[in-house]
Ligand binder design. Structure first.
Ligand SMILES: C[S@@+](CC[C@H](N)C(=O)[O-])C[C@H]1O[C@@H](n2cnc3c(N)ncnc32)[C@H](O)[C@@H]1O
Length: 353
């Protein structure tokens, strides 16, 4: 019988001074700089630009507005693991030859990993060419749809995914994991980091009737109606096990939103995550609410008003809010026989601190 050991992060201690702007300053609320690009075109809809391949859209826009959010998301993940020797991944790969980053976005992760492992070939793949002007010589960024048949020939020592929530139906996820399995060298690793769309609060600081509390349930319901479940954070471990991966490990996080935490790491992560949400929310919501909103699809204007209300609440540093995140990493069995040949210990999910 497989067991899942779950030890969530401790409650985050609150900094009692962050609501006083003279102490922490107003800078954490300033918008991040836009990253320009005219490298690609996509479908324009409701004031945002989307990628389309095989007549199917990815629900989050890939435009300059959203790129600020991608940058911030990368930084939040790095800050939250800044006490690790390698904050980029936890899979214990030794002298990797090939690493693949699926849904690489701006390629931030792939570029950083290529810098860290100069003799490894690091590929990043996405639906659009990333607007980057420089990358290390051992980093290759490609355009492809990973929901289709893969064409890579080299077996990968590590396949990585981050914040791919909402990209696929259950059947597509199954196929993606199977293709990962088939393309990983025996003994190689898969690693995925996902964040929850729900805004949570461990004390009573967020009022019960706040608009922020409506966000997670509302988007999750849209995801369900769209056939793109947003619960990947809670389903990926079992999906990996069902695919045949073993030695499954996980690390659970609370990503603060805003600089309300006392601890410096959480304060920094929360400050950047605030930017992640401020720059991301409109893009996360527009496609889902305009196509699958309840009781009927919303208009662009309704989404803009909703996001304005959410933004106003997010600015309140008295709300001790966070989102859950989880990193899972797992190994492809060494033996041809697959997971059955491994000991029961190796199919247990272990939680790391
Ligand atoms: C939220 S972004 C995360 C980007 C990056 N992993 C990061 O953490 O910074 C998800 C990315 O997955 C890409 N994506 C979604 N569906 C895809 C598909 N079928 N094939 C390739 N990339 C896809 C999107 O274009 C987007 O860039």
């Amino acid at each position: 019988m497989d067991r899942i050991h779950t030890e969530p992060e401790d409650d985050i201690a609150v900094d009692p001074t962050t609501h006083i702007t003279t102490v922490y300053g107003d800078d954490w609320q300033s918008e991040t700089t836009s990253i320009g690009s005219s490298l690609y075109r996509g479908l324009e809809e409701n004031g945002r630009r989307y990628q389309t391949l095989s007549n199917k859209e990815y629900l989050i826009p890939s435009d300059e507005k959203q790129f600020d959010c991608y940058e911030a998301g990368h930084l939040v993940a790095l800050v939250m693991d800044s006490d690790q020797e390698n904050p980029l991944f936890r899979s214990p790969v030794k002298d990797p030859k090939n690493i693949l980053d699926l849904g690489t976005g701006l390629g931030n992760w792939a570029i950083d990993v290529a810098d860290m492992f100069p003799t490894t070939t690091v590929r990043g793949v996405d639906l659009f060419p990333p607007p980057v002007t420089w990358m290390p010589p051992n980093c290759i960024l490609e355009v492809d749809n990973i929901a289709e048949e893969w064409t890579w020939n080299e077996p990968q020592d590590l396949i990585h995914m981050r914040i791919m929530i909402g990209s696929f139906s259950d059947a597509e996820w199954k196929r993606v994991y199977k293709q990962c399995y088939d393309n990983i060298t025996p003994g190689g690793w898969i690693e995925q980091l996902e964040a929850s769309p729900y805004i949570e609060c461990d004390d009573d600081s967020l009022p019960a009737d706040s608009v922020l509390r409506s966000w997670g349930p509302s988007l999750s319901a849209c995801g369900k109606r769209a056939g793109r479940p947003l619960e990947t954070i809670d389903t990926m471990q079992d999906a990996l096990r069902e695919t045949g991966f073993v030695d499954i490990r996980q690390k659970e996080y609370k990503w603060p939103i805003g600089p309300w935490a006392r601890d410096q790491k959480y304060k920094e992560a929360g400050t950047v995550n605030y930017q992640h949400w401020m720059s991301g929310m409109e893009g996360w919501a527009m496609w889902l609410l305009c196509k699958f909103g309840a009781p009927q699809p919303w208009s662009q204007e309704e989404v803009i008003v909703y996001v304005a209300k959410l933004r106003a609440e997010l600015k309140n540093p008295r709300y001790h809010i966070y989102q859950r995140a989880r990193r899972v990493w797992a190994r492809k069995p060494l033996l041809e026989q697959g997971a059955q040949a491994e000991t029961s210990e190796s199919v247990t999910i272990k939680t790391e601190q």
